[in-house]
Write a protein that binds this ligand. Structure first.
Ligand SMILES: [Zn+2]
Ligand SMILES: [Zn+2]
Ligand SMILES: [Zn+2]
Ligand SMILES: [Zn+2]
Length: 792
């Protein structure tokens, strides 16, 4: 999804392989990005563009007139089955395809408001009712949605507004007496019921708002770094010819301390795994739920009530404000290019959006820099980027360094040595031009140049909306985009979120980390990698926060993990990945330590002896480590048994989701028994089985059994990821939920405390799970010890 779709990739690689050797050499040995771009661009033929367009057309990104009724119908089916979440998403899809101010769009909004109402999302429901009315909801259906509106207002305790709405409704009815009587009665009955509900709620008002405000205050950096806004004053920027830029601690740092808080310079929502739908297929419309249906395309917030762009169906937002901002900043240019951008991949999209955003900074400065770039022969080497040359024709003319060459201390910093989240910093991230393969550079250059031509074509159709500077400098922007594309392989930051699918009550939810978007964070980019990092990164909306995950001594380097973490990947695999993607040999302590004892794998991958349970050792043939035992077995045999188990556990998970709990448990217990004969008790596969068993028992309502199994899974997680890892935090959270649901009060309080402690270090106080833990805690502390059974 980062790179262009496979069809385009293999098409371009083929094209490359058919180029005469002399042309390949010219591009391979070109010493500037400008030359790479211009040579590759000149090879882009009309038939290539035609092929690319045919691929782009596979994505339905426009408004499809037949889609809204289809999705509304499908949504209604889900609604009838009481799957309100599913219905909401389908109505949203319908909305995204409907034209503004059409019956389609207003009906979809109204239906979505009903689904949201049943999901207890009253604020969102109210907004959708307003939207339905704004887009011309039929007069005859008005009483229905108005009634819903009153219900929402009353539930939210906004009684005055509710009263006003009722009076408006009454006077409306007075004008049309035929409707009145029956409607009034329903209204009155509902009103009575709802008023009682409000009174109950008023008695329950908790003190959460206060804790929330405090939480957001804690989200701020205690003391901001003067040189690097967005970083804490506990760190400092250093530069080393070998390591490049990096951050060190200027004082002792405690676990949980916030070190960086940075909003993405640019981010692009990952649309989700969605292969293009090909023409003439039976299934016309896609009913699958993707990231694009659930998260705002600009701010990445989760939302069930998206508002689509007026011009396309693929860009959806959390609010009208977000839509407008995105439109002004970049979407006005991106809107007609949806299919193309999906075909060319996220990196290309980020490259375009970065240059579009650059226009809002000092544009003349940016263009000047690009012109330097265009003429600079040595721009691939990082040293040359330190030089900021000020040509005498500088349109600003106020520069104090007129005509002189000034060397800034660290690339990406301004003349005062300040490093900020801006285009200048993004521009100076390393493209590693010399490390990428010639084919890859060709693919990027041709893709960018195809994008530029489509932009040009779009511009010439509406010249009035395009700033003249952009048009004349399009080629310079093309070079800049190529640079960004090459930078992204090493500098793209995945924006992740913890997703807890359909958190049904009374069951252990299986949270998983999902990749929401890809972005560029110039300050976060200053951190070097370690396979066993001393920080932890998390995201709220488009803001990244980095916290110390352990004690960091004064003078120590601040490190984060680029992906290959020691608890998730073996040393050889990790080092290979870091070399091929990030172009360096990892020298982190974990790698140093593990490099020399590669023969014995980690405990969570260990096989053990069937007879005496001692760990097995060796290469293709494994033998028992115990001296008194002579057992030996082939590795291939054990691997095939492991694969077999994996398959069965997968099957058990399917049974679990389809509600066949007893069968799932039987299968898992069988697997568990099987595993005992050849896997160590700390094998990650064993952990997975225990986790699945815990889920199954929780779904049956057997809290005790569920907790027993979850505690076993917890042990495996602890061995693999460490006692204060974020993975451990999520497991403890699940365990706390179990004890809470099972009214095991002392165990619940104890586990809540442990979970809170671990999660706080990684996420800080405004994390969802921490908020929930606090709610559980205050509920347990406030409620009388016996909450079961009717009181007499
Ligand atoms: Zn938003
Ligand atoms: Zn659009
Ligand atoms: Zn390493
Ligand atoms: Zn043995």
């Amino acid at each position: 999804m980062d790179l262009p779709v496979d069809e385009w990739k293999s098409y371009i690689f083929q094209k490359w392989s058919l180029l005469p050797k002399s042309i390949q050499d010219t591009i391979s040995t070109a010493d500037t990005l400008r030359d790479i771009f211009l040579h590759s661009s000149s090879l882009l033929q009309p038939e290539d563009e035609m092929f690319l367009r045919s691929l782009s057309r596979g994505y339905l990104v426009g408004k499809e007139p037949n889609a809204p009724p289809f999705y509304r119908e499908e949504g209604n089916k889900k609604f009838q089955k009481k799957d309100y979440m599913g219905a909401t998403v389908l109505y949203s899809k319908g909305i995204s395809h409907a034209r503004p101010h059409s019956a389609d769009i207003s009906l979809c909004y109204a239906n979505r408001s009903a689904a949201l109402f049943y999901l207890d999302e009253y604020e969102m429901c109210l907004k959708d009712i307003t939207r339905a009315q704004m887009h011309g909801y039929p007069e005859s259906l008005q009483p229905k949605v108005t009634l819903r509106k009153v219900e929402c207002l009353v539930t939210l305790g906004r009684l005055q507004e509710a009263g006003q709405t009722i009076r408006d409704l009454e006077s409306n009815f007075a004008a049309k007496p035929s409707l009145a009587a029956a409607q009034f009665q329903i209204l009155q009955r509902n009103l009575c019921r709802l008023k009682m509900k409000v009174q109950e709620r008023e008695n329950l008002t908790a003190s959460f708002p206060a804790t929330l405000t405090k939480a957001f205050e804690d989200m701020d950096l205690r003391e901001e770094n003067e040189q690097i806004p967005g970083a804490s004053s506990s760190v400092s920027l250093c530069m080393d010819p070998l390591k490049g830029r990096y951050l060190i601690a200027t004082k002792d740092i405690l676990p949980g301390e916030l070190l960086v808080k940075e909003d993405a310079f640019v981010s692009v929502l990952n649309p989700g795994e969605r292969p293009p739908l090909h023409h003439g297929l039976e299934s016309k419309w896609d009913t699958r739920v993707t990231n694009g249906d659930l998260y705002c395309h600009r701010c990445l917030r989760h939302t069930l009530a998206t508002v689509p762009c007026d011009g396309c169906s693929y860009a959806k937002y959390c609010s009208h404000e977000c839509m407008q901002q995105a439109w002004d900043l970049y979407h006005n240019r991106e809107c007609p290019l949806g299919g193309l951008l999906l075909t060319l991949g996220i990196f290309c999209h980020i490259a375009l959006r970065s240059t579009l955003l650059a226009r809002f900074e000092d544009a003349s400065e940016v263009i000047r820099k690009l012109c330097v770039e265009m003429s600079n022969k040595d721009m691939c080497s990082p040293e040359s980027e330190n030089l900021v040359q000020t040509p005498s024709s500088d349109p600003g003319g106020e520069s104090e360094i007129n005509g002189k060459t000034v060397k800034t201390p660290v690339p990406g910093c301004d003349l005062n040595g300040k490093y900020e989240n801006n285009y200048n910093a993004v521009f100076h991230l390393m493209p590693h031009t010399e490390n990428h393969s010639p084919e890859y550079k060709f693919l990027c250059a041709v893709s960018v140049s195809a994008l530029c031509r489509q932009l040009e074509a779009a511009d010439s159709s509406k010249p009035a909306t395009v700033p003249p500077a952009w048009r004349s400098e399009l080629r310079a922007w093309g070079v800049a985009m190529l640079k960004h594309m090459l930078q992204l392989q090493c500098n793209a930051q995945a924006v992740t979120s913890i997703q807890r699918p359909g958190s049904k009550e009374n069951s252990v939810t299986n949270s998983r980390q999902v990749r929401l978007a890809t972005g560029i964070f110039p300050v976060v980019s200053l951190l070097n990698h370690s396979c066993s990092p001393n920080t932890s990164v998390s995201f709220i909306s488009t803001v990244a926060t980095i916290r110390a995950s352990e004690k960091i001594g004064k003078g120590q380097e601040i490190l984060h993990c680029y992906g290959p973490h020691r608890s998730r990947m073996a040393v050889a695999e990790r080092r290979q990945k870091l070399r091929s993607q990030y172009f360096f040999d990892c020298g982190c302590p974990a790698c140093q330590k593990e490099k020399h004892r590669a023969a014995v794998g980690p405990r969570w991958e260990a096989f053990c002896c069937d007879r005496c349970r001692a760990p097995l050792q060796g290469g293709d043939v494994l033998s028992c480590g115990s001296t008194s035992c002579t057992e030996s077995v082939s590795r291939d045999h054990l691997i095939s048994r492991l694969q077999d188990l994996q398959q069965q556990v997968g099957q058990a998970r399917k049974l679990l989701t389809s509600g066949q709990l007893e069968r799932a448990i039987q299968l898992l217990l069988g697997c568990r028994h099987d595993a005992e004969s050849f896997l160590s008790a700390e094998h990650s596969m064993v952990g997975e089985m225990e986790d699945a068993l815990a889920q199954a028992y929780a779904a049956l309502g057997d809290w005790q059994k569920s907790a027993t199994h979850l505690q076993k899974s917890l042990q495996v997680v602890e061995v693999q990821h460490g006692p204060s890892s974020v993975e451990m935090g999520h497991e403890l959270f699940k365990l706390a939920q179990l004890f809470f649901n099972g009214f095991a009060i002392p165990e619940a309080l104890n586990t809540i405390q442990r979970a809170e402690k671990v999660l706080m270090v990684h996420y800080g106080p405004c994390n969802d799970e921490i908020q929930e833990l606090q709610k559980m805690k205050s509920c347990l502390l406030d409620s009388p010890p016996i909450s079961l059974g009717p009181s007499v």
